[in-house]
Design a protein around this ligand. Structure first.
Ligand SMILES: Cc1cc2nc3c(=O)[nH]c(=O)nc-3n(C[C@H](O)[C@H](O)[C@H](O)COP(=O)(O)OP(=O)(O)OC[C@H]3O[C@@H](n4cnc5c(N)ncnc54)[C@H](O)[C@@H]3O)c2cc1C
Length: 506
């Protein structure tokens, strides 16, 4: 094994995305993954939200996912479907695609980018010093790196070893989820009763007219709310049978499980996403109940926020303090997701008073304005990083507009495929000189005559120039940011480089 600049513990969706981002930025990165292959036991995430599809589109790989999944209105809140078809984004939908496929496609991308994935290897400890981190593996090998990122899931060894607190809330509900054979198959779909929310389905399904239509063959996927909390051992077929009997009075002849797992609404968040040379992302940094389908999505988006920053620090383009902005902006995003999932767990409680409350919420979410706002939030489209006062675009995602350039039409997201920042000049061509940053920042002269509309905000004044970071968030808007352009370029992309003396310079 070579000595990479960055070791990522864990090659789930977050670790894979981060590896891709670092590789695009030219950083030597390696993943250490406990699983022997990318195969995933059990069903986890069922799809991608709009903003995650946008983020993948920014790297030119969204089509790989779109071609394998099913586009649908999948966003929701406490089982209220939130239609986002009228939100201003090219991807005004979600994508139904199982996590096993999402991981496979991401792993293929990362492999194309030549990132080594050390499979069947486990990080068992590490020690950091001023110059780097010694990462210990279960087989006794050691890897020396400049930085270690824990993308190793909710039980993160990296988080625990770093001594980072994980405060939050203990579970109030627990469910078993499994793929099994049943001798008697009940009505497929979601069932709600006084004992909780349960579901029967199949891995293979189609979405027709917005409704899930399961195939009539294959093993059954079961989700059942347990009537007791606090189990500590791995769930067994017997546990599943008992949980089914407790709810339905029968276990439907359950047998031949492919896998059985348990999830709860335990809700916790790392107190800090960084300790020296060790960082956390994805489930290692935040865990919550899966309702609303947010976990994988915000993990991937953590990675896209962290990747370019870590790359610049490794390449000494930026000082280490840039890494603190990762915690500063991503911690509040996950904290809001945690709050949203706790609210949904509360709204899904099966008592009559909560049912009444849920009916009122449904009526409220049937109204346009509340629906559009919450939909933008659940789709990840309204994320706002606090970059100070100024134009509404500042700290928000740049829309994927159709630009016109001297070389023909160009989509904004196409400019981000290489994960390089871009100064987009929509005013007088040639009016910017960013030569001292030209090695890092692209300068594009373009025209755009349409409206600028942001999800949950509405139409905003058209900017004449804006600086877009590699993660697709706007760092500066001409005449409408606290910082001048040179300050913004320095803050985000490092100090100016001396110009090479021109031949006629003295
Ligand atoms: C039932 C269920 C349904 C869900 N539905 C959704 C959904 O619809 N939408 C959504 O967005 N999210 C959903 N989630 C959440 C989603 O699955 C997680 O948020 C997502 O997997 C987090 O990705 P990650 O890469 O951060 O962590 P993980 O996917 O947990 O990956 C961590 C990786 O690290 C590896 N690892 C762990 N420890 C070590 C170690 N010491 N050394 C080396 N490797 C290690 C693991 O093998 C694993 O590959 C759901 C979760 C559950 C349980």
């Amino acid at each position: 094994m070579s000595e990479p600049a960055v070791v990522i513990a864990g090659g789930g969706p977050t670790g894979l995305m981060l590896a891709g981002e670092l590789a695009l930025a030219g950083v030597d990165v390696a993943i250490v993954e406990r699983r022997a292959s990318q195969d995933l036991v059990g069903a986890r995430a069922g799809g991608l939200q709009s903003r995650t599809i946008e983020v993948l589109d920014q790297r030119g790989i969204a089509d790989r996912f779109l071609s394998e999944g099913q586009i649908a209105q999948v966003h929701g809140f406490a089982q209220n479907r939130l239609d986002i078809s009228d939100l201003p984004t090219r991807h005004n939908y979600g994508l139904a695609l199982w996590q096993s496929h999402i991981e496979r496609i991401l792993a293929a991308w990362v492999t194309e980018l030549s990132v080594p994935i050390y499979r069947g290897r486990e990080v068992t400890g590490f020690a950091q010093d001023e110059g780097g981190v010694d990462v210990e593996l279960a087989d006794g090998q050691r890897l020396r790196a400049e930085y270690l990122v824990g993308c190793d899931g909710g039980r993160s060894l990296v988080r625990k070893t770093a001594g980072i607190e994980f405060p939050g809330w203990d579970p109030t509900t627990s469910s078993l989820i499994a793929e099994v054979e049943l001798t008697e198959v009940p009505k497929l779909g979601i069932h709600r009763d006084a004992k909780g929310t349960h579901a029967f389905g199949r891995a293979e399904y189609e979405i027709r007219n917005g409704e899930v239509v399961f195939m009539d063959r294959g093993p059954v996927r079961v989700m059942v709310t347990e009537q007791q909390l606090g189990a500590t051992s791995e769930p067994t077929l017997r546990d599943l049978s008992e949980a089914l009997v407790a709810v339905w009075g029968t276990d439907f002849g359950v047998h031949s499980p492919t896998w059985i797992s348990r999830f709860t609404d335990m809700t916790r968040q790392a107190a800090s996403y960084r300790k020296g040379r060790v960082l956390l992302a994805g489930d290692a940094a935040h865990v919550h109940y899966p309702v609303g389908g947010q976990g994988l999505n915000i993990g991937v988006q953590d990675a896209v926020n962290l990747g370019w920053k870590l790359a610049q620090v490794v390449k000494t383009t930026s000082s280490e303090s840039l890494l603190d902005t990762y915690h500063d902006v991503r911690h509040p995003v996950a904290a809001r997701v945690l709050r949203d999932t706790m609210a949904q767990v509360a709204l899904l409680r099966p008592d009559d008073r909560t049912n009444a409350l849920r009916e009122i919420m449904s009526a409220v979410l049937g109204m346009d304005e509340p629906r559009r706002r919450l939909a933008a939030e659940m789709a990840g489209l309204d994320v706002h990083y606090d970059l100070g006062e100024g134009h509404p675009l500042l700290g928000r995602r740049v829309p994927d507009l159709d630009l016109v350039t001297a070389n023909g039409p160009l989509r904004v997201f196409t400019l981000l495929h290489d994960a390089r920042p871009v100064l987009l000049n929509l005013g007088e061509p040639g009016c910017f000189d960013i030569a001292p940053w030209a090695d890092r920042v692209q300068l594009i002269d373009a025209k755009y005559d349409g409206t600028w509309e942001l999800p949950a905000i509405g139409v905003v004044t058209a900017p004449s120039a804006l600086l877009v970071r590699p993660d697709g968030y706007v760092a500066w808007v001409k005449d409408q940011s606290r910082l001048g352009l040179a300050d913004a370029l320095t803050t985000w992309f490092g100090p100016p480089r001396e110009r090479a003396p021109a031949p006629n310079d003295n």
